[in-house]
Design a protein around this ligand. Structure first.
Ligand SMILES: *Cc1c(COP(=O)(O)O)cnc(C)c1O
Length: 404
């Protein structure tokens, strides 16, 4: 058995399809977001502008977040020292869970080491606890939800993206007596569209299903206190479980669910991905706590982000660039070819000091490869104009323009 050859061939397949992943080696400059240094070149670090960060609001560099993390580090040290059950249940964890429960208007919340783990652990455990459960899953759901659903062992029914009629058709066809769970996202992070949450809750009521909403790309950014689209649309109380991350708009790391006390208790007690792992560092939890509290009270970052996204979409559209129809802060440009998407990204970095990662399969369906820009409150007009000019030049150079 030639193991090395099998691995090498797997890598060769990625190269052949133009989707071999290259991680760009960067350091962000604290206090100067979105400026960073890139270590790809030969002559030491090169200054770049980051256009693809999920630290959407630059909270990862916010003075109150950094101060809280420094204070925690000096007060209690680096790590938690244990699982939640065995020595790792710090007071920071308890406080943050209360803060997150309040953020979503739920009785309780539960922290995980990442948003991925929160989805995987919660969905797999729920599915195992509900005998005969059928899980209805939006076709564009994140890999972490898909992994959880698979591990649950439940029957899975995939409904077409945001398609209420299709979801209802599948719900109606299922046995009325089996448990049902509808799993979906609020903001879909690659297209930037939003789920019809209230309508999905109506269907859940009609067919007696529970609901699981991933608000990873909305928490901190939508709603008066950053509670996500479910807060903005005043439907949080209708959802059974809301899941979020502390690693994107909150700028730190970790994931969570918020739900009623019973559900949180059952996940806390049964989910291996929660139980058998060291709890988050108290330093991270302290930073996340400061970030959640700040964004509950301040809307300036959210407003700045919305304004930047609207402006960048307009600038792209005016320049004739193929900006996709996003209704949120996500600004995707369609390329439709993995090799070209990578090529554009390479030229931007090498020649223009612009960092935007190409998005290829399996993150998006084949043939819809794209560049995904995430402007935030610190991306200014001059940066946007320079970016659009660079893109127009590259689009022309690669003959990507559709003939008029
Ligand atoms: C990033 C992401 C996650 C995972 O969150 P992490 O905290 O990064 O692990 C879950 N769901 C969606 C939709 C995501 O985009």
């Amino acid at each position: 058995m030639d193991y090395q050859r099998i691995f090498a061939q797997a890598i060769d397949r990625l190269h052949a399809e133009g989707r071999y992943r290259v991680f760009i080696d960067i350091l962000r400059n604290k206090g100067a977001f979105p400026n960073a240094r890139c270590f790809a070149g030969h002559n030491g670090p090169k200054p770049i502008t980051v256009w693809c960060s999920n630290d959407y609001l630059a909270m990862g560099q916010h003075p109150s977040v950094i101060a809280a993390m420094e204070e925690a580090l000096h007060d209690v040290g680096a790590g938690s020292g244990g699982t939640r059950n065995i020595g790792g249940n710090t007071h920071y964890h308890v406080d943050l869970e209360a803060e997150l429960a309040d953020l979503h208007g739920k009785e309780a919340a539960l922290l995980f080491t990442s948003g991925y783990i929160s989805n995987e652990a919660t969905l797999s455990t729920l599915g195992k606890l509900l005998p005969g459960c059928v899980i209805f899953s939006d076709e564009l759901n994140h890999a972490s939800m898909i992994a959880g659903i698979r591990t649950s062992g439940c029957e899975k029914q995939i409904f077409r993206h945001n398609d209420l009629a299709h979801l209802e058709e599948l719900l109606a066809a299922a046995d009325p007596d089996v448990p049902k769970l509808i799993a979906f996202e609020s903001v879909y992070s690659m297209d930037g569209d939003v789920a019809p949450i209230a309508d999905i809750c109506d269907l859940a009521d009609k067919y007696n299903a529970i609901t699981y909403l991933d608000e990873v790309h909305a928490v901190g950014m939508y709603g008066a206190r950053g509670g996500g689209i479910s807060e903005r649309d005043a439907v949080a109380h209708r959802l059974t479980i809301i899941e979020g991350t502390l690693g994107k708009a909150f700028g730190v790391m970790g994931g969570y669910i918020a739900a009623d006390r019973n559900i949180v208790d059952v996940i806390r007690s049964y989910a291996p991905g929660f139980i058998f792992t060291t709890s988050l560092s108290p330093v991270l939890v302290a930073g996340a706590l400061a970030s959640v509290r700040h964004l509950k009270a301040s809307s300036a970052e959210r407003e700045g982000q919305q304004a930047a996204a609207a402006q960048l979409k307009t600038i792209f559209a005016d320049a004739g660039l193929p900006v996709m129809a996003s209704t949120t802060h996500i600004v995707p440009l369609m390329v439709g070819d993995p090799v070209k998407a990578k090529k554009i990204s390479d030229i931007l970095l090498a020649e223009y000091g612009v960092y935007v990662q190409p998005i290829n399969y399996p993150t998006v369906p084949r043939g819809t490869e794209r560049l995904r820009f995430t402007p935030g409150p610190s991306h200014d007009t001059a940066m946007m104009r320079e970016l659009a000019e660079a893109l127009v030049e590259i689009w022309d150079r690669l003959e990507l323009r559709v003939a008029a």
